[in-house]
Design a protein around this ligand. Structure first.
Ligand SMILES: [Ca+2]
Ligand SMILES: [Ca+2]
Ligand SMILES: [Ca+2]
Length: 376
């Protein structure tokens, strides 16, 4: 039977023709095919399916008896088709549940598929660079090196494909880059190294964020996952924290800020750096940055001539001399759950502490290189 007619007239009734002249009184009664249980054959017999982003699975259902019924395909709890066929074209990697039901008065034939969609991996080739290769975004917070080469897009580009140096300014300042390949999350080992200029008694920790190209479009428009560092559950750590920096008047004055906790302060200028600290790249009179803030309690200013900033144990940029190794397995979502990424394509570093260290100026994370450990 034509599917179109089924949809319009689910209660089609057949009347078996009678031989009127001979058997008028013993005619076979009506058979209501909407009350015949639908026996269905599915084109995909396996219920657990696995594909890679960019692939499509074609599903279809056909009846093997004469039943008439309505049919529905649900992806999760969303109705995606009311026809016999459904083409599954995922928008991003992840696990999906696809349910099919053929329903009439006799009941419902149902089936449930679980589909694992793996992210598309860009493999390492002989051309692959061990370092990040392209700047995605540089959005510094105000700071003593901002609007100098070190604190500019030009500085951010010095770590493309090699070592260089960029300063991110005070809390929340960030820089993000793409690799020219997918950095694989190797089981039980670190995968990335972020180089900074930390000394053993002078850390300027930055939060590391990673992103997988989950929709396989080559663009960093997916989800940033925070790398859970050792300070994640320490006092003073606040997620979803935000600071609004305001352009000072005159432009070379201290830069005022307010935060999402009701606090306020300034990024104080010092005599060594006389340029404007508010980023020239920000055209608005104020801007707001969101992220995770860590406690400044590791900073010891009791001896003003020898200010120290002890590192955290692990999991932050510009934290320990020689570079900080990062395990992609430590990526967490906004609820703090591990996300278990197969690999990452993009990385972001963001200054994690708001602190004025006297004559040393504000605490500011520096990035001097970001590399794939598997290529080192
Ligand atoms: Ca790993
Ligand atoms: Ca993407
Ligand atoms: Ca530093």
């Amino acid at each position: 039977m034509n599917k179109f007619i089924q949809l319009l007239k689910p209660r089609v009734v057949f009347i078996i023709p009678c031989f009127l002249a001979i058997m008028a009184t013993s005619c076979t009664p009506e058979i209501d095919l909407y009350s015949v249980f639908p026996e269905i054959e599915l084109s995909q017999e396996e219920n657990d399916l696995q594909i890679i982003m960019g692939e499509t699975i074609h599903f279809s259902a056909t009846t093997i008896n004469e039943a008439v019924y309505t049919e529905e395909w649900y992806l999760g709890d969303k109705l995606v088709s009311s026809e016999a066929a459904y083409a599954f074209i995922p928008e991003k990697s992840g696990t999906y549940v696809l349910s099919y039901a053929a329903t009439n008065n006799a009941g419902a034939f149902t089936n449930k598929y679980t589909i694992l969609v793996d992210a598309k991996i860009r493999p390492i080739t002989t051309e692959s660079n061990l370092y990040v290769t392209s700047l995605i975004d540089y959005l510094p917070a105000p700071g003593q090196f901002i609007n100098t080469t070190l604190g500019s897009e030009e500085g951010a580009k010095t770590v493309e494909g090699k070592k260089g140096m960029v300063s991110l300014g005070g809390w929340g300042g960030s820089v993000s880059y793409a690799f020219d390949h997918t950095v694989i999350n190797t089981a039980d080992s670190n995968d990335l190294i972020v180089y900074g200029n930390a000394m053993s008694n002078f850390a300027e920790p930055g939060i590391v964020w990673v992103m997988q190209d989950e929709n396989a479009n080559g663009i960093a428009d997916d989800t940033w996952y925070e790398i859970k560092g050792s300070a994640d559950e320490l006092d003073g750590t606040i997620k979803n924290y935000s600071v609004t920096y305001t352009k000072p008047e005159p432009i070379t004055a201290d830069v005022p800020w307010t935060d999402s906790e009701g606090n306020s302060g300034v990024v104080a200028t010092n005599v060594f750096h006389k340029q404007a600290y508010y980023p020239a790249s920000v055209t608005e009179d104020s801007y707001t940055i969101t992220g995770t803030i860590l406690s400044s309690s590791n900073i010891d200013m009791s001896n003003p001539r020898f200010i120290t900033s002890a590192p955290f144990d692990a999991g932050y940029a510009d934290n320990t001399p020689g570079g900080d190794k990062i395990d992609i397995a430590m990526a967490i979502d906004e609820d703090g759950n591990m996300v278990n990424l197969t690999g990452i394509d993009f990385i972001k570093v963001q200054t994690a502490i708001q602190a004025n260290m006297g004559w040393l100026g504000e605490l500011s994370t520096e990035v001097t290189g970001i590399a794939d450990l598997s290529l080192l």
